[in-house]
Design a protein around this ligand. Structure first.
Ligand code: A5A
Ligand code: MG
Ligand code: ZN
Length: 469
């Protein structure tokens, strides 16, 4: 892919994912095909969340007084907040913020809900629009001003240990989701200066995009007692003493869909993993006048059979050249195409075409096993996409031992560069500035020895840097 940005922009239009011509910067329209991909992604996520969280829905407007209560938090978001100041011609008594995210909308209510330890834990999530007046260059799905697919979880616990456990759960759920979508990721702990405002620490998932820059595709934050103290969220313990609660929040967005598109797409267009594809299978009957009825009887039955088995299947019976159909469904990313012509019927074969590899499979048709046979190919596609995209992320991650090699590697190969680092804020910010890169964070699980490659002090962490979106 020569120019990823251009490719990405084109494919959103060609594959009918979104229409970005909406007359407000940073806001786009979800088209039917895009909406289905979005829905399939959310269903996958919500199915996992539902095992231990409950879905809720909070209002979109937040009183200024609540938004401003937590000083560090408001400092982090104040430049990005949209304000509602009028109702009709009347100035409102109090300005109302369109939520940039929902801590200050949800936590005043948590303060009312939590009385005793019996009320804990609370684990809720919502999928909503949030609004951020982003000043960096906006891009469809990647950096938007209305984040229409904001899925945010908020949890409340009696102890720090429980909150810490919940962090692991959040990280596991996101890892599982990205694995299912065959989206590769690198997990790190964000540096102090880039953690979520008001949090103790932030764990982030970063994917290396085809152009070598990384995209943050999800974050899991340990909020400690910061917001409990701000909003007075306490419970009475057994000694009748008031204790502050411990909280976590994790979230992801439209970026996950951008990641799926970017991870798998190629020169022919979109490549979708079956789990999110609007159609997992597209059947194309090859029709000639004299045997049209036989072929269509067969493909209708096959379509019904696959649909009954829960495989999203459609048939393209339009009266246009098959080649045109192939081109269109390849461009739109349908994982598997099934062609059936009169000769195939005679030979008891169906012809499968894998979108990801271009491989043609001449499959023996067996009425009793065809569903399983096709499902097996779909599963293999997912597995192969995962292996391929993980390999890309690994190949684009390089450990270096000198400062010179940092910039050289980033400039030549892109991706993520890792090295030993002291962990000091001043040193880290100098590195960011000197090389015009971002420190994504550190990997707590990696033990290091030796010196910081920048300042020479004792190295405490393995740091990750990259160019970022
Ligand atoms: N309440 C917590 C979960 C929160 O708001 N965290 S966050 O600020 O990090 O946002 C969650 C995720 O939303 C980020 O990891 C990022 O993937 C995504 N996101 C943030 N700003 C975005 C934007 N302008 N456009 C698209 N996605 C965005
Ligand atoms: Mg930065
Ligand atoms: Zn240093």
């Amino acid at each position: 892919m020569k120019n990823f940005s251009e490719w990405f922009h084109n494919i959103l239009e060609e594959a009918e994912i979104i229409d970005s011509r909406y007359p407000i910067k940073g806001m786009s329209v979800w088209l039917p095909r895009g909406f289905q991909i979005r829905k399939n992604m959310l269903n996958t996520l919500e199915e996992m969340l539902n095992k231990e969280h409950e879905e809720v829905l909070f209002p979109m407007l937040i009183p200024q007084s609540d938004l401003a209560k937590e000083a560090i938090y408001v400092k982090g978001f104040e430049d990005e907040v949209y304000w509602v100041t009028k109702g009709g011609a009347n100035e409102l008594n109090e300005k109302l913020a369109l939520r940039p995210t929902s801590e200050t909308s949800i936590y005043p209510m948590f303060a009312l809900w939590v009385r005793s330890h019996m009320d804990l834990p609370i684990k809720v999530y919502q999928t909503v629009s949030t609004f951020r007046y982003e000043t960096k260059h906006t891009r469809p799905l990647i950096r938007v001003r209305e984040i229409t697919t904001f899925n945010e979880t908020h949890t409340v616990h009696a102890t720090a240990e429980e909150a810490e456990e919940q962090m692991k759960t959040g990280i596991q759920i996101y890892s599982d989701l990205f694995d299912k979508l065959a989206v590769p990721y690198t997990i790190s702990q964000r540096p102090e200066w880039d953690k979520f405002p008001g949090s103790e620490y932030t764990i982030a998932f970063d994917m290396i995009m085809p152009d070598g820059k990384t995209l943050q595709i999800g974050t899991v934050h340990n909020l400690g007692t910061t917001f409990a103290k701000t909003f007075d969220i306490t419970y009475e313990d057994e000694q009748s003493e008031h204790q502050y609660v411990y909280q976590t929040t994790y979230g992801l967005s439209d970026r996950v869909i951008a990641a799926v598109i970017a991870a798998h797409g190629d020169e022919k267009g979109l490549v979708l993993p079956p789990i999110v594809a609007p159609e997992e299978v597209m059947i194309v009957p090859i029709i000639f006048k004299e045997n049209q009825d036989d072929v269509l009887a067969f493909t209708d039955a096959l379509e019904a059979k696959l649909q009954d088995a829960g495989i999203r299947t459609k048939q393209d019976k339009r009266d246009i050249r098959p080649g045109k159909k192939y081109y269109e469904w390849e461009n739109k990313g349908v994982p598997l195409r099934v062609e059936v012509g009169p000769r195939d019927l005679e030979n008891k074969k169906i012809v499968l075409n894998r979108r990801d590899t271009g491989e043609k499979i001449f499959m023996d048709y067996n009425e009793d096993t065809v569903v399983d046979d096709i499902q097996a190919v779909l599963d293999q596609i997912t597995e192969d996409l995962k292996v391929k995209s993980n390999k890309f992320q690994e190949d684009k991650t390089h450990y270096v031992e000198s400062l010179k090699a940092v910039s050289k590697t980033i400039n030549k190969k892109g991706g993520i560069v890792t090295f030993n680092w002291c962990g000091d804020t001043e040193c880290g910010k100098q590195i960011e500035e000197e090389f015009n890169i971002d420190i994504l964070g550190t990997q707590p699980q990696v033990e290091v020895e030796g010196e910081c490659i920048h300042c020479g002090k004792e190295a405490k962490h393995r740091a990750l840097v990259s160019k970022t979106y």
